[in-house]
Ligand binder design. Structure first.
Ligand code: NAD
Ligand code: TYD
Length: 350
């Protein structure tokens, strides 16, 4: 791959992945980052890339829902590989407004697959990024494997499931060189502060209530974002075409434990004014409708076939993440205030 299109590169994982590719991996080609810059996309995340890697990083503002727009990018940049992150990604938003999820996650993916099919001679790989949420919810026991049947429970996970099925079908029917990875909950730098971990860090910093859904005993498997990036690159390089790989952090935790851990580290780093632990801010709120109880990933296939395994412990990863947010208050302010949206407006005219 010499001209790799990365969709959604201005979001949380896409940003980390592009940084990983250019700064750390053995990828030698050019990255064409295509992003519509929704509320979740921030081009400032990668502003230094074009200068630091001359000719190897291009940003194109583009919407995967518009096939003609994407067709122009395929042509202009002679795209020969795709790593597809772009999506509406927040479960709570999908409950309030599922429409954008169907349009971007399903129709948008379909558009890219169709274009890849049209340019099939040139396309070496279509890597599709998905989630463990397509498998539904586990009881106290067991793990998701690549063989687990799909049972998505939210409009978000249903839209991701639909896109996974399309990607798989394009391999089976048209022989498109597709790989898929289904990962667990990522955390780390650049995550938009609507998701659990950054929301709790920032509320704890500001000593605001920490809203925990339901009884707080829902379990997620947490994966440090750099480990995820390394896994994606390993699959792209060596994964068998037509195969799916689960990516997990081997770190199952109840939500309440995550929030308590964040409170304790924050208390240590910035002792609260009145000396009372930030745990006092924990507030149990109404549960999310259809809230999946437990996710847990078995990533043995990825370890067995490609030698990948997560390197970061949760203890170290969460500290790094907290430090990143404390060191980037300006980034947080701009993302939250919508200031970067006005920069986008003046810069891109939309
Ligand atoms: P994110 O919401 O932070 O970023 C999504 C990016 O996609 C943004 O930059 C946004 O502007 C862009 N985008 C949205 N709609 C678009 C459109 N129509 N056209 C072009 N760009 C568009 O998401 P994330 O957390 O970085 O997730 C990336 C991918 O990983 C998604 O496919 C998501 O389903 C998957 N995933 C995420 C997690 C997680 O924990 N964050 C876990 C499993 C899977
Ligand atoms: P989230 O970060 O939205 O990821 P996902 O729903 O994709 O797993 O939420 C992670 C878990 O944290 C999930 O069980 C819902 C819960 N949660 C809260 O308890 N409070 C919150 O304010 C948020 C955003 C999430």
């Amino acid at each position: 791959m010499k001209h790799l299109m990365v969709t959604g590169g201005c979001g949380f994982i896409g940003t980390n992945f592009i940084r990983y590719l250019l700064e750390e991996s053995d990828f030698e080609g050019r990255v064409v980052n295509v992003d519509a810059l929704t509320y979740a996309g921030n081009p400032e995340n990668l502003q230094d890339m074009a200068e630091r890697f001359p000719g190897r990083y291009v940003f194109v503002k583009g919407d995967i829902r518009h096939r003609e727009e994407m067709a122009r990018v395929f042509e202009e940049y002679q795209i020969d590989g795709i790593c597809h992150f772009a999506a509406e990604s927040h479960v709570d938003r999908s409950i309030v407004g599922p429409d954008a999820f169907v349009q971007t996650n399903i129709v948008g993916t379909f558009n890219l697959l169709e274009l890849a099919r049209r340019h099939q001679g040139r396309i070496n790989l279509f890597h599709h990024i998905s989630t463990d949420e397509v498998f539904g919810s586990l009881g106290k026991e067991g793990y998701f494997t690549e063989e687990t049947p799909y049972r998505p429970n939210s409009p978000y996970s249903a839209s991701k499931a639909a896109s996974d099925h399309l990607a798989r079908a394009y391999h089976q029917t048209y022989g498109l060189p597709v790989t898929i990875s289904n990962c667990s909950n990522n955390y780390g730098p650049y995550q938009f502060p609507e998701k659990l971990i950054p929301l709790m860090i920032l509320n704890a910093l500001e000593e605001k209530p920490l809203p925990v859904y339901g009884d707080g005993l829902n379990v997620r498997d947490w994966l440090y974002v750099r480990d995820h990036c390394a896994a994606v690159w390993a699959v792209m390089k060596q994964g068998r075409r037509g195969e799916t790989y689960n990516v997990g952090g081997n770190t199952e935790m109840e939500n309440i434990r995550i929030v308590e851990t964040i409170c304790d580290i924050m208390d240590e780093l910035i002792p609260p004014g009145d000396g009372r632990s930030r745990r006092r801010l924990i507030t149990f709120v109404k549960d999310r409708p259809g809230h999946d109880r437990r996710y847990a990933i078995d990533c043995a296939k990825l370890t067995r076939e490609l030698g990948w395994q997560p390197e970061e412990s949760f203890e170290a990863g969460i500290r790094k993440t907290i430090h990143w947010y404390l060191d980037h208050v300006e980034w947080v302010d701009r993302v939250r205030s919508g200031e970067y949206q006005s920069w986008i407006h003046s810069h891109y005219g939309t």
